[in-house]
Design a protein around this ligand. Sequence first.
Ligand code: FES
Length: 181
Amino acid sequence: MNTLTATDNWPEIKAAAEAALPADVIAHIASIAGTDHPESHLIAILHMVQAHTGWLSQAQMEAVAQLAQIPLAKVTGVATFYHYFRLQPRGRHMINVCLGTACYVKGADKISQRLMDDLGIQFGETTKDGMFSLESTRCLGTCGLAPVVMVDETIHGPVTPGEVSVILEKYMKKDKVAAKV
Ligand code: FES
């Protein structure tokens, strides 16, 4: 028996871990069980988990660590190192600031700073009220409108730092109206 799983309460630990993950992730982890380097599959496993839930919770990372028998520190290390893994739920509105060359030379850094100041969060984070998540992205293909900010599926541009609060308010108002209906 694998010494890492030779524990009296392993069945309970395994059941709890399986409850935290979707069936296809559990099946994928089972398919790599016993391989020499399970950690080489870690990024793919975390992608699968995030594809289901939109982010990685602590419980999910612990479950991956248990089932794949990879140290939790390694799992959280990978999840925090790569910016495309989200460690918080997504907000109701996703804000993507384009940091591609055309947008950057037109002041995307100032737009980014204004968004971070107004929202009180950094890239990769979600506001406490769950309304906005902030991300950066590369060229959105609308360089003629630079600098560009995409909120959900809508492109805004060219955006000035002064217009940031106007754009945010528009989405806040929209949510308030929707909540009343
Ligand atoms: S660089 Fe921002 S849209 Fe192209």
